[in-house]
Design a binder for this molecule. Structure first.
Ligand code: HEM
Length: 439
């Protein structure tokens, strides 16, 4: 039988995997968050893309993205990937379910609280998110402690856990500060910058870099960079980002700049590893998942530059954050899901088929390739166009807040096509013994 061998990302091993509803349930919850967010962006663009500080619509949209979409998917992916990749104990389904539900309830309550400027919802939702993520980290660390194989990616993921906890705990402090105002200067951007740095740099970027060290060589049939290089990237990024967090809170601008330079050196070394992987690949054509991955990394470059520029010129924070979140993080996640969900579901069908004569569809047959490609183009065009419109707005060329409503429709279309093809995967069934495969 033609199985998913050619794509084997070594993240699926039935003996070490959690129950399938853990990764797929969290991924579906995340995709729902992304769809709601797109609708919110179209409905409330003029409010969301206005001045970003203490802006309820912007806070709701940002946290619907970071918590409702991206972190939801990543929680499921951590439970799936870490025990298999590191040969550790899988998470128990009951615990993962409990933690996932508490997390989702907390995130949506927090988003609602931000949207309605409702203090009790913000603090209650934020507290639930923090507690659920502490349990999440404990469950992943438990799998890691029984690991017999420490990979570069595993070390990145362990470090990323410290960053997500730092982000949400400090976020909760900021949330209480919104109500009580105990931080001395409400116009000071440093506490907010510290929260954003840990979340975007430490949680999202570090996880993506780490996972790509594991998956890109398998997806693109290329050589894996040396472990020493991966460890150097991790050391520079971790030290730089934690250092910048502390020095921002202590108001030490020279030290903050030095730490950010160290983190930038880590990112530059990662870029060198990435280009080496791409140059040496033995599969020249990029499949859909890799195409999303490469596009995501291409968006990271202008995003990081704009976010750095925003330290001096605040207006660049909006296009920078857009390109970072939608261009880099979301594009990468959508690409990875195109690889992982069909894979997981194929194994599920394999385990549950009634007899050995039942054929399974090939991975490529589990969803309509053309629709998926159309989704990729709509998504990428939407991200790019919205990014350019927001950049023009930051430069004072036009009022982007109304214009982006149009380009965001492209994004919504892209995510609907993505969601449709993922649902198609989940409806795939074993073919009858006599039925010929479509391939
Ligand atoms: C992965 C997790 C998270 C990420 C990546 C993240 C990211 C961000 C970003 C980008 C902003 C700036 C948005 C703006 O000013 O319009 C922000 C602001 C904020 N976040 Fe989060 N966030 C996360 C989790 C949380 C959690 C769990 C809480 C609360 C418990 C929280 C509380 C806040 C608060 C209160 C602000 C506004 C702070 C201020 O302006 O002084 N965040 N966050």
């Amino acid at each position: 039988m033609k199985g998913p061998k050619k794509a084997g990302p070594q993240v699926i091993d039935p003996a070490l995997s959690p129950p399938i509803y853990v990764p797929i349930g969290m991924a579906l919850a995340g995709v729902l968050g992304l769809l709601v967010l797109q609708a919110l962006v179209i409905a409330k663009a003029p409010m969301i893309f206005g001045p970003f500080r203490f802006n309820p619509a912007a806070l709701a949209a940002v946290h619907l993205f970071t918590l409702g979409f991206a972190t939801s998917v990543m929680i499921g992916a951590f439970h799936q990937i870490t025990p298999v990749m590191m040969r550790g104990r899988p998470v128990e389904g009951g615990w993962a379910l409990l933690q996932g539900l508490a997390y989702l309830a907390g995130s949506w309550a927090l988003v609602w609280g931000f949207y309605r400027s409702a203090g009790p919802w913000i603090t209650a939702g934020g507290t639930l998110v923090v507690l659920a993520l502490v349990v999440f980290a404990a469950l992943v660390v438990r799998a890691m402690r029984s690991a017999t194989q420490w990979t570069v990616a595993g070390r990145f993921m362990a470090a990323a856990l410290s960053f997500v906890l730092g982000t949400v705990i400090w976020g909760l402090v900021l949330a209480f500060n919104l109500r009580r105002g105990f931080l001395p200067d409400s116009l000071d951007y440093s506490p907010l910058g510290a929260h954003v740095l840990l979340g975007l740099g430490g949680w999202f970027m570090l996880t993506v870099f780490g996972v790509s060290y594991q998956l890109f060589p398998m997806f693109a049939l290329t050589n894996r960079p040396s472990a020493a290089s991966g460890h150097a990237v991790l050391a520079k990024l971790s030290a730089g980002l934690w250092g910048a967090f502390a020095s921002l809170l202590l108001h030490l601008p020279a030290l903050t700049a030095a730490c950010l330079l160290l983190a930038a050196a880590g990112a530059a070394r990662y870029a060198a590893d990435f280009f080496a992987m791409m140059r040496q690949r033995r599969r020249p054509e990029l499949d859909l998942s890799m195409r999303y991955g490469v596009t995501a990394l291409a968006f990271l470059v202008p995003a990081a530059l704009l976010l750095l520029l925003s330290v001096r010129h605040r207006a660049f924070a909006v296009p920078g954050a857009w390109l970072f979140l939608f261009g880099f993080v979301a594009t990468m996640i959508l690409g990875m899901l195109y690889r992982i969900i069909p894979f997981l579901f194929w194994h599920h069908l394999m385990r549950n088929r009634r007899s050995k004569t039942q054929r399974l569809p090939k991975l490529d047959e589990m969803f309509a390739q053309r629709t998926a490609r159309a989704g990729y183009f709509c998504w990428t065009a939407g991200v790019l166009l919205t990014g350019l419109l927001l950049l023009g707005g930051a430069l004072g060329w036009w009022d982007a807040r109304y214009l982006v409503r149009g380009s965001a429709i492209l994004n919504l279309t892209g995510s609907l096509l993505f969601a449709g093809t993922i649902l198609q995967v989940l409806r795939a069934r074993p073919l009858d013994g006599r039925e010929r495969s479509m391939g």
